[in-house]
Every structure is written in structure tokens, then in C-alpha cells.
Design a protein around this ligand. Structure first.
Ligand code: 7RM
Length: 651
């Protein structure tokens, strides 16, 4: 039996399919050779400095590229720039004012086309409006909005005048909003009457009102009219966005900001305790997201229409809807609602309608589309697509292959992009014109990024499973946790001295490819074997009847932990529990065979779509559930708890 002290994480999965980019893709890609990777390896500071200079406009040059006093970093010291100028003004000044920034589509089907000129005009007015409410450089502003263009305007207006924004996802409760406002001591809250979701209005202003009861620092509330639902407006405190804009002066010159000026806070809940306000600053962050947007998506401004399905409330929306794409002058689709309104083919109909060329979504969404069936995408012409991306969780090889064949028709490279709120932008991903991809592997660090897998003792390993660490600073790196430098050091820099570690397991295969293995808190220990949830889940999902699976280790008297699986089947299919257990044994070995499999129509997920294994462990071990408010649908676990007390195989 392997001792659990020196055991890292076992390497069970095997996936040998390889996909080089097609000759057709390579013919027009931005990068088709190893030059970027080589440059980044030779001199990572020089690599990022070159892109900072080439992709952004600076009003004052930096004197020092990078100052690294572990664990605190500064990039482009002495340099000045304005993020909103870089995302708007310079494109308009270059003659691209008529270019579409957003093809916006509301859930009910209403549409707006917003050009760069219009986005700049509205941002300037709203920046003036914020100033008229007393907002000054250095203040914090909360944003609590649906997916509407005003969300981007609000973020860019803050950036224009040097106020830091803190966006809270519109699906979060009044309590969650109040906690985040109070932690940041925000002065203004920007919200809407309501937005559309699943064919109905979800009210936001009443939630905002309930939050503001407990937030003494909020002086003003700005309300965008979107839902048209009746709302109460408190005189002196609450203001309609459109009324403020009507009174605002049309020009607001972009103020130069220090490269290390705080651009935003974004709260992540982490596994325990109070949410952390992750801090991102100006010059390094924009360099990171602009560079990765351009090269990982192979973005070419005169041919591409980009669609990222994330919400602006998550880091993916900040980096790859607002800052990365707009800094590159991209044309995007922005969609307000759910993917199954009015029917299960809404996403594919939007790709067809707007001729989307680059599509970026999450594995949880892909597995849901698989469950809904291939007939849905088949109703639409998806031939405009040339590149597909994935983010948020490990993508199982089976889902990867479905994405590649059924959505990409074998034509589109897939980039599986690993990164975190804390990293600001992508870290590990294929370069689509260069990397030979393997289904389920995020492949290699991007140019200018360095990662290593280490064992329990922190020694670098070159083969097998362990802990993913980052070994040199990068420009989009978090600058800290708002108000808590000690927690910053403790959370990210203490487990492996000198290395950044934020909780993910990973393995290196015989070709040096990285495979993400999920959060290390989720790793199971069965008879001393440390088994990753990701590999068992991928084995389950590789069975033709399985759409989605979550596995957890539950206390077991004989084996320490036993593997318990929760499985969702593809539409209309059924399968015997034993067949699935044997399938896992055949795919990755008898040690990984689930002891029990529960069939369930849904899995508990966070509101950003990540499977909540901690809750499933609580269910499996018969514990009372703690806080379930961060769940997308809390009824799922109640149902699972009920079933856990029944006989599992009767489902
Ligand atoms: C962008 C985002 C971060 C955590 C991260 C991982 C997981 C994200 C991938 C992934 C495997 C991926 N930010 N994760 N992308 N795991 N492959 N391509 O999701 O802060 O919300 O989450 O998400 O565990 O640590 S996040």
C-alpha cells in the first residue's frame, strides 16, 4: 500500500488521440511556429514588455518592466496608461468608430448593435455622471447588472476616471452583494430594475435595495432600465441611468493612470470562509488579457466575430468579454439569457445569425448541449466557426471530441484554457496554429508563462500526477487580497515556498503535456491510492449513455475513502450500475471502480457552472448541508439527499 505521505496523485487516464491544427487553419493563423514560445522562454520580462508596447498605447513609458519581491509583484513601473482609452478611444481615432463592438441580443429576442463610437460616447457620459455623484480616483464602485452593454460601459467608465469596480454576479443574493460592498467600502452601486432569464424578469433593484439597507458606505444607486418592472426609487439616493446620461457632458478625457493603479476587485468565494477580494491592476493586467486574447484565440480584427458565453460577473467576462477583446478592437456577440430559451438550440441559432467565428464556453455547458442532443446544432449552419475554446473545469475527452466533431465539424482547433480569477488571464492553453492538441489536456503554458508539477515535498516532477505550481510572475497576477495581505501570502505562497499554488492537481504525460486533475481538496484516497475525481469522471463520461458525472470520496471503514459517483444520463438512455462500474474498471483500473453510483437528473453546481463536490461529499457522508446559497439550483441536493437514504440501484 502506498504511504499517503509521499503519494501525490495517481496517473490513471490514458488518451492517445492527437489533433494537429489543419492545414487550412495554419494557412491564415497569426503564429504557426515556436517563435512566441521561444521568445517567452528566453526572456519572459522582455516578452511581456514587447507585447505591452505593441498592443497597448501608453501615455508615459515605464522605466522598470518587473519588480518581483516575492510574493508581491509590480509590472511596468513608472508607466501610465488608461484602460478605457485603450479599449475605445484609440480604435475610434484609428478610424474604426463604425466597427461593431457588440451585437447584443436580449433573451426575448430584442437586439442592439453597439459600435465603438457609441460605446465611447456612452462611456464618456457615464464617467461624467459618476463624477457628478462625487466619484473620485481610488473609490470603489459596485456593479450588479444583467448581461447588457451597460455592464461594459459601467466598467469602462470606472476605468476612465480611476475608480475600481467590483462586479457582483446578478444571480447572487442581497446578502452576498451587501458583504462584497461592505468589504470594499464601495461608494456607488450600479444596478438595473431587472433582466430577462428563462422567459421571465428577474428583479435586481429590490435585491439591491435590501443590500443597501446594510451598506453604510453607499451614497448613490444608479439604476439602468432594462426589465421595465416597477421599482421604488429613493429620492436623493437613487438615479435612473438614462436621466444621468441625458444631463451629462459628452466628453470626459481619459485620465492617465499609473500602471499599478487598482483596476478592479473581483470576489471569489474559495472553499471556506469569507469571500476574497482579488485585486487586479492596470498595465500588467491589460497586457496579459490583450496578448492572450490575440494569440490564444488567433484573433484577427477584420475577420472574426467572437462570442464568450460567460457572465461579466465572473473573471472570464472581465478578461474575455470586456478588457481583452475590446483592447483588440474585436466584434463580439453578447447574449443576455439562458441557452435554452425559447428552445434548446438558442446558442446555435445565435452562432448562425451573427456568423460567430470564435466561440468560448465551459465544459458544463458543452456536456449540457450533449445531453440535449446533436439534432439541436444540426438545425443551424455553424460553418462560420473556425476556433473553439473551453474554460472553467477540466474538459473530459468525450466532451472535447463531441465539441470538435458536432460543433466544429472537425475543422476547428480547440483551446482548453486553464486559468483562475487570481491569474487574471489564461495561463495554460494550446496556441491554436502551433500546438498538437490531445482531448482533455490543456497542453502547455502559454508563451511568457512558466508552470511546474511538484510532489508533496515540493520537488519538481516530469512525469505523473502532482500539484500545479507557477514558478515566475506574470503580468495579470493578482496583486493581493483586498485588505488582507497575510491571507494572500498564506493562501497562495505558503504550501510550496517560492511557488504560486492555488489548489489544482495536474499530471504530466510521456510527451510533457499537462492534464488538469481538479481541485486537490477533491482528490480521493482509496486504500492509500490518491485518485483524481477528474479521471474517474472522464472514464464515466466516456460511456455512451453518460452525459455528466461527479465523483467524491466518502469515508469508508475498510478503504479509508470509497468512490461514490453521481451520474446524469444522456436524454432517453438508461444503463445498469454494474455496467458503468465495469466500464470504469476497464478504462482506468479496478482501484477506481465506484463503490456506489447514484443516477440523478442534475448535479449541484456553482452559479458559474462548476460541480460542487464538497456538497456531494456531505450528502454521501450523511452530513447536514452547510451554506447552499452559492448553488445554481439548491433543489438538486435536497433531491440527492432524499435518494441517498433510498436504495441507490433502484433509480
Ligand atoms: C477562469 C476560471 C478557477 C478554477 C481553477 C480550476 C478550474 C478553470 C480550467 C480549470 C481544468 C481548465 N476562473 N479551471 N479552467 N480546470 N481545466 N481549462 O474558471 O477562478 O472561477 O476558477 O477553475 O480548478 O483553479 S475561476
Amino acid at each position: 500500500m502506498a504511504g499517503s505521505d509521499d503519494a501525490t496523485i495517481q496517473d490513471l487516464g490514458h488518451e492517445s488521440r492527437k489533433f494537429p491544427p489543419s492545414a487550412e487553419f495554419v494557412a491564415t493563423t497569426l503564429v504557426a511556429d515556436s517563435s512566441l514560445h521561444d521568445e517567452g522562454r528566453r526572456d519572459y520580462e522582455g516578452f511581456w514588455a514587447r507585447h505591452a508596447g505593441e498592443l497597448l498605447s501608453w501615455s508615459k513609458p515605464w522605466h522598470t518592466i518587473c519588480e518581483w519581491k516575492l510574493p508581491f509583484v509590480k509590472w511596468f513601473i513608472g508607466g501610465e496608461l488608461n484602460v478605457s482609452y485603450n479599449c475605445l478611444d484609440r480604435h475610434v481615432l484609428a478610424g474604426h468608430g463604425h466597427k461593431v463592438a457588440f451585437y447584443w441580443e436580449g433573451e426575448p429576442g430584442d437586439t442592439r448593435v453597439v459600435t465603438y463610437q457609441e460605446l465611447l460616447d456612452e462611456t464618456q457620459k457615464f464617467a461624467n455622471a459618476l463624477r457628478s455623484l462625487g466619484v473620485q480616483k481610488g473609490d470603489r464602485i459596485n456593479i450588479y447588472l444583467p448581461m447588457i452593454p451597460e455592464a461594459a460601459v459601467a466598467m469602462l467608465a470606472c476605468a476612465r476616471i480611476g475608480a475600481a469596480h467590483s462586479v457582483v454576479f446578478g444571480g447572487f443574493s442581497a446578502q452576498a452583494l451587501a458583504d462584497r460592498i461592505n468589504d470594499a467600502s464601495a461608494k456607488v452601486l450600479i444596478t438595473a430594475d431587472g433582466g430577462w432569464r428563462r422567459g421571465e424578469i428577474f428583479p435586481l433593484k429590490p435585491q439591491a435595495d435590501a443590500a443597501v439597507e446594510y451598506t453604510p458606505t453607499i451614497e448613490h444607486v444608479v439604476v439602468v432600465r432594462r426589465g421595465g418592472n416597477e421599482v421604488a426609487m429613493q429620492a436623493g439616493r437613487d438615479h435612473w441611468y438614462h436621466e444621468l446620461l441625458a444631463q451629462a457632458a459628452p466628453t470626459c478625457p481619459a485620465e492617465p493612470m499609473d500602471a499599478e493603479q487598482l483596476l478592479f476587485l473581483l470576489y471569489t468565494s474559495g472553499t471556506t470562509g469569507k469571500p476574497k477580494g482579488i485585486m487586479h491592476t492596470t498595465g500588467g493586467y491589460l497586457t496579459h488579457v490583450a496578448t492572450t486574447f490575440k494569440y490564444a484565440f488567433d484573433h484577427q480584427p477584420d475577420r472574426d466575430v467572437f462570442w464568450c458565453t460567460a457572465d461579466v460577473g465572473w473573471v472570464t467576462g472581465h478578461s474575455y468579454i470586456v478588457y481583452g477583446p475590446l483592447a483588440n478592437g474585436a466584434t463580439q456577440v453578447m447574449y443576455e439569457g439562458v441557452p435554452n430559451y425559447p428552445a434548446n438550440d438558442r446558442v446555435w441559432s445565435l452562432i448562425d445569425k451573427y456568423k460567430v467565428t470564435i466561440f468560448y464556453t465551459a465544459p458544463t455547458a458543452i456536456r449540457t448541449y450533449m445531453k440535449w442532443g446533436a439534432q439541436e446544432p444540426a438545425k443551424h449552419d455553424l460553418s462560420s466557426l473556425r476556433l473553439l475554446g473551453s474554460v472553467g473545469e477540466p474538459i473530459n475527452p468525450e466532451a472535447w471530441i463531441w465539441y470538435q466533431e458536432t460543433i466544429g465539424h472537425g475543422r476547428c482547433p480547440i483551446i482548453d484554457t486553464w486559468w483562475q480569477t487570481e491569474t487574471g488571464g489564461m495561463m495554460i492553453s494550446p496556441l491554436p496554429g502551433v500546438t498538437i492538441t490531445k482531448p482533455g489536456s490543456a497542453t502547455h503554458p502559454l508563451p511568457g508563462i512558466a508552470a511546474e508539477v511538484v510532489d508533496e515535498a515540493g520537488n519538481t516532477i516530469t512525469r505523473g500526477g502532482g500539484y500545479l505550481t507557477l514558478t515566475q510572475p506574470w503580468p495579470g497576477m493578482l496583486r493581493g487580497i483586498w485588505g488582507d495581505p497575510e491571507r494572500y501570502r498564506e493562501t497562495y505562497w505558503s504550501r510550496f515556498p517560492g511557488r504560486y499554488f492555488a489548489g489544482d492537481g495536474a499530471k504530466l504525460d510521456e510527451d510533457g503535456y499537462l492534464w488538469l486533475l481538479g481541485r486537490v481538496d477533491d482528490v480521493m484516497n482509496v486504500s492509500g491510492h490518491r485518485i483524481s475525481t477528474t479521471e474517474v469522471e472522464s472514464a464515466l463520461v466516456s460511456h455512451p449513455s453518460v452525459a455528466e458525472a461527479a465523483v467524491v470520496g466518502a469515508n469508508d471503514a475498510t478503504t479509508g475513502q470509497a468512490i461514490i459517483a453521481y451520474v446524469t444520463l444522456r436524454g432517453g438512455l438508461s444503463v445498469d450500475e454494474k455496467v458503468l462500474r465495469d466500464h470504469v474498471a476497464k478504462e482506468i483500473g479496478a482501484i477506481a471502480k465506484p463503490k456506489t453510483i447514484y443516477f440523478t437528473p442534475d448535479l449541484p453546481k456553482t452559479r458559474s457552472g462548476k460541480i460542487m463536490r464538497r456538497l456531494l461529499r456531505d450528502v454521501a457522508e450523511g452530513r447536514n448541508l452547510g451554506d447552499t446559497t452559492t448553488l445554481a439550483d439548491a433543489s438538486v441536493v435536497t433531491e440527492l439527499q432524499r435518494r441517498a437514504t433510498d436504495s441507490p440501484s433502484e433509480d
